[in-house]
Design a protein around this ligand. Structure first.
Ligand SMILES: C[S@@+](CC[C@H](N)C(=O)[O-])C[C@H]1O[C@@H](n2cnc3c(N)ncnc32)[C@H](O)[C@@H]1O
Length: 418
């Protein structure tokens, strides 16, 4: 990879380029760095590169002709990057993508930055290394080069791989220890000395989850909790005991649309099984008939995608039966989570619950949604957790159970990308 750097302070790079992995990359011929001194492109005898900011203010701005001349002087510019606190944030994905380029050209700003019109002369990306302001783009350029170099072939030592580092698999990395085994009474965790690779793997996964939950819970939205799960997440649609508009406990009727839409959401978000709970035999038969039509009958041929979705549907008499069956299928206790549109004192937030799905990856979860006017209090009181209500902009939050289920699953299991 060839990296061109445009800077007003070339000497800032001297030690950076002569040590550690960056030096190794240069020595191995996988990295070639060329520095362009901005002052060489100034046209006055004082080698001035900056001027006052139009509109007033104390700060100086790097002049457009100086940067444009420097850029024009570079024979092969490749991808141009302006280091700037206003840029898109540099992260693992961006670094990995940049490592695929043959040539990068980095522009280091200074003072208030570079005349904005430079972007009209050359296509470029703006990148920031964090939400703070440094005096110049030299350190950000070094950060970028150092992180990209780790992806270049032959740079990291044997056994090291950027794919094993923090961020690469969605979580921060587990802790490392080395000799001595014990220092002033403090020992290395026993498991790491056990030689049991399965146990070590488990320990490292637990530590990685725990440090990510503690330090960077935001990262848990970039990866699915299902990636590390040993047991499934199940969704239960309850038709009894639920409330009617007058607050009476009733049994509601099955809605065909609920079966289809919720099964599709379950399939989309990786829910293992979708349990439809109704004590009425005729209603259970109806569900079985609908499911059979789409999974084994003409519907399966007509719409194979629907076959896939409805394949996750199971029908049971009661909540207890569903939980019992999940427990025997998963061979473990089941953590139950109820949902309600009402505000409950013991309710937990969606982000807390998402963290739980990571931390308790060895447990099965049952997320319970109610039909009618919502789950009866007896159900809510009996569950391990109650989720906070989904809120919109005002008081009104009467969502259909289909919409609520989709939103809940997205918040708990969906992935966000910046
Ligand atoms: C003092 S800063 C300019 C700050 C600018 N006036 C602003 O508020 O956005 C000078 C130069 O340092 C570099 N720089 C400062 N902070 C940075 C960051 N967080 N990421 C990348 N570059 C940064 C940029 O090249 C920038 O042009």
């Amino acid at each position: 990879m060839k990296v061109n750097i445009i800077t007003a302070f070339p000497e800032a790079f001297d030690s950076f380029l002569s040590v550690s992995m960056v030096k190794r990359a240069i020595d191995k011929g996988v990295l070639d760095v060329k520095i362009y001194d901005l002052r060489d492109y100034s046209t006055d005898k004082h080698r001035t590169i900056d001027d006052y900011s139009y509109g007033g203010g104390e700060g100086m701005v790097i002049k457009l002709p100086v940067v444009v001349s420097a850029l024009r002087d570079i024979p092969e510019r490749g991808k141009i990057i302006l280091l700037s606190p206003r840029g898109k944030k540099l992260n693992y994905d961006v670094v990995k993508e940049l490592s695929n380029y043959d040539v990068l050209t980095l522009i280091c700003g200074h003072y208030e930055g570079v005349d904005e019109r430079v972007k009209l002369f050359f296509e470029m990306d703006e990148l920031s290394i964090g939400d703070y302001v440094l005096t110049g783009g030299e350190l950000p350029a070094m950060v970028l080069i150092d992180s990209v170099v780790r992806f270049l072939p032959g740079v990291l030592g044997r056994g090291d791989a950027p794919e094993k580092d923090s961020f690469s698999w969605g979580l921060l990395e587990y802790p490392h220890y080395t000799r001595p085994r014990e220092f002033e009474g403090v020992s290395v965790p026993d498991v790491l000395l056990s030689g049991n690779h399965e146990m070590i793997g488990e320990w490292r996964l637990k530590e990685a989850i725990s440090v990510t939950v503690r330090q960077r819970p935001d990262l848990l939205y970039r990866v699915s909790p299902l990636s590390f799960r040993k047991r499934g997440i199940h969704l239960l649609l309850v038709h009894y005991p639920v409330l009617d508009r007058n607050g009476n406990v009733v049994s509601t009727a099955i809605a065909n649309l609920d079966i289809h839409d919720i099964a599709r959401s379950c399939k989309t978000f990786g829910v293992k099984l979708f349990w439809i709970v109704t004590p009425l035999e005729s209603q259970r038969e109806l569900v079985s008939k609908i499911v059979a039509h789409w999974t084994t009958g003409y519907g399966a041929e007509y719409n194979p995608m629907r076959k896939d979705a409805l394949g996750v549907v199971r029908v049971v008499r009661s909540l207890e039966e569903a939980v019992r069956k999940i427990s025997s299928l998963e061979k473990c206790d089941v953590v139950s989570v109820s949902t309600t549109a009402k505000v409950k004192e013991r309710a937990v937030s969606f982000s807390y619950m998402r963290q739980k799905l990571f931390v308790d990856y060895e447990k099965a979860f049952a997320i319970i949604v109610g039909t009618g006017w919502g789950l009866d209090e007896s159900v809510i009181d009996s569950t391990d957790y109650v989720l906070e209500p989904i809120r919109g902009v005002g008081e009104y939050n009467h969502l259909s159970v289909r919409s609520a289920a989709a939103i809940i699953l997205d918040r708990l299991l969906g992935i966000r990308r910046d």
